[in-house]
Ligand binder design. Structure first.
Ligand code: CP
Length: 307
């Protein structure tokens, strides 16, 4: 059966548990997985800039023995001649076994998935909506450090309005027994559509220094300037929050600090050496999770895979 990952809710709790166990095994025993995707091709279709997600999908596929087919710069593809993104993805389906796609317009991947018949599609970020494979990296790191992804007080700080990584991590954690603190400047609050479906208790504040003291997890984000109507509007929020050593030292010793990255100015580099700062490890965990996801979707979608 053809399976995609478009939204965090596309997998059940049990499936996530299996996925995290697989990622942990891959991280511990990489040699066992070195040839699992021999002969397989991942189509990498990024219609919006990326460093981590694009590179970690590449690294994941190469470490599984597979290859990657890049669309490359859309300006040198037939998109420049007016070909639709739907047709572009259907063409990729003729050449590749699985696809990772990022697009600046929310819900594009939801529409594109309807066109596919053989190729699993992974949402690598759609506008301000969702970023489910970032959530995999986030949860793998939380699980590794805290032993669970429930019973936690999680602070989300920064641009909560446009931050798709925040939205997807919220969607995931909202299924469990957690508590949320939404820390944002006025105008970039967590959208009402998410607050209305919160199953967990939450508070909203503008004060990071005050909120940090009783958090288990602090999830920092940058201002998503590419989503604003103008760069002047985005610039109004620059420097709203800066996590430096003084602020971090108000947090507990067992606090963990995550960030989907890229960072702009919201985490001072002096914090990078603090053992609570886990954002580089989080990026590495994303690669193991993407390896596990590629294997899982190929196994689900192709009965002959691995036989
Ligand atoms: N976290 C993340 O999505 O980073 P990139 O935009 O660099 O892929």
């Amino acid at each position: 059966m053809l399976r995609h990952l478009i939204e965090p809710d596309d997998f059940t709790s049990r499936e996530y548990d299996t996925l995290f166990r697989l990622a942990a095994d891959i991280a511990e025993n990489p040699a066992l997985y070195r040839h699992r995707c021999d002969g397989k091709i991942l189509a990498s279709l990024f219609f919006e800039p990326s460093t981590r997600t694009r590179m970690s999908f590449d690294a994941a596929m190469y470490r599984l023995g597979g290859d990657v087919l890049h669309l490359g710069d859309a300006k040198v593809s037939s998109l420049a001649k007016g070909e639709s993104e739907g047709d572009t993805v259907k063409i990729a389906e003729q050449y590749a076994d699985i696809c990772a796609m990022r697009h600046p317009v929310a819900h594009t991947q939801h529409e594109v998935a309807k066109l596919l018949t053989t190729m699993p599609l992974i949402n690598a970020g759609d506008g301000d909506n969702a970023h489910p494979t970032q959530t995999l990296a986030d949860i793998f790191t939380i699980r590794d450090e805290k032993g669970a992804w429930s019973g936690l007080k999680v602070g989300f700080c920064g641009d909560l309005r446009y931050g798709r990584a925040v939205h997807s991590l919220f969607e995931f954690l909202n299924h469990y027994d957690n508590e949320f603190v939404f820390i944002s400047p006025e105008g970039l609050e967590m959208p009402a559509v998410y607050l209305e479906k919160s199953n967990c208790p939450y508070t909203e504040t503008g004060d990071l220094a005050q909120a940090i003291g009783d958090l288990d997890v602090l999830y920092m984000t940058r201002v998503q300037r590419e989503r604003f109507a103008s760069s002047e509007e985005a610039a109004r929020y620059r420097g709203s929050y800066i996590l430096n050593q003084t602020v971090l030292d108000r947090g507990r010793d067992d606090l963990i600090v995550l960030h989907p990255l890229p960072r702009v100015d919201e985490i001072a580099t002096e914090v990078d050496d603090d053992p609570r700062a886990l954002y580089f490890k989080q990026a590495k965990n994303g690669m193991y999770m993407r390896m596990a996801l590629i294997l899982t979707l190929l196994e689900a979608s192709d009965a002959s895979f691995g036989k």
